[in-house]
Unconditional design. Sequence first.
Length: 400
Amino acid sequence: MEPQNRVGVARLTNLALQGVDLNPLRCQLLRQCIEGGENAAALMDLSVIDQLYGDVERGLALQDRAIESCTLFRTDRGQQGIRKLLVFALPVDIGSNTPIEFLVTDESFEIVTCYLGHGSQAKLELPEHDVAFCAAPADAPGAVEFSQTIKRAVAGSGTRVLNLHDSSVRIGRTTLQHQLPRMDGLRLPATVLCDRETLERSARARWTDAPLDALGSYPVVIRPVGSHAGQGLEKLDSADALLSYLARHDDAQFHLGEFIDYSSPRDGRFRKCRIVFIDGRPYPCHLAIAERWDVWYTNACMDQSAEKRREESAFLDAFDDDFAARHADSLNAIAGSIGMDYFGMDCAEDRHGNLVVFEADNSLIVHDLECKTTFPYKGKHMRRIFDAFADMLKAACNPA
């Protein structure tokens, strides 16, 4: 099967963030499908546009239609690369696979993405490639089976596949605390999975159920299972607050986590940083600074504060000699314990200087799409990440 050319996630996202109206392109793509029959590449780009505009359900339906007729898609980068990177991905939303199009900025690489379902047994005819990468989320159901499918597909090809998952990789919300080592200087918030009935019973009994013992007591952090980007995320300080939360959320299952106060004793602000590991080495992506505990980069309003941006710039510049040096033992232990060629994590320092790891994932978004005028310091650090990722790919390329 010959790969179809698509615009791709990175370019469409970049256009959307620049304020470009994608509706004219959407109409053009729809016309291609209507006049020329089912066009898988057009459907894939339509899927991305709909997801960018908030209609995830329709976007995923369009993606499913596209994959019914074609599973191979070449990202159109305006020229043909001399090295071919084959990416294995799951047919999930645009934020769940490793953001490979954002990471691979080296134009010597041509990117072809192969979409596979969980546990696919069909004989795969793969295009020529020099190196392959498993982009499927490591915490997805069936991630290990997905890796086994990939291994069967490339057997005998001599091609190395980076970031394959095995049963030793457990980085979900409730398993990360058991994946990483217990050691001085490293803190992992205890997290449990609870159903609605257990939580309601516990709230009325004022915290007596065994599943919650690991959390100690209030305050706790709660979110519905499957939620992302802070949806339904709240800090609860009492049993009454838990009952009120359950009355406002009709989900069946929830993640409850230990609340760790990581506000700075200096100014009371919360600081959360994103770090990616490439071939075992940590690289800083950003530092979000806010007055609220549930901080991530988009709600920290970094673009509105020159003071915050100066601090972030200094953090990025000094990362190797400061943050990474102070937490070297913990960072090395994390890289060795998870063992993936590429993954990222969101973390902070608590009031005693311990490294607190909130999340680890191989699909955390990493990009260089911020305004260059507002964030002139970000580009060199992102290029460092992209160059390291390209070097890892080149080193893994088939010598033949």
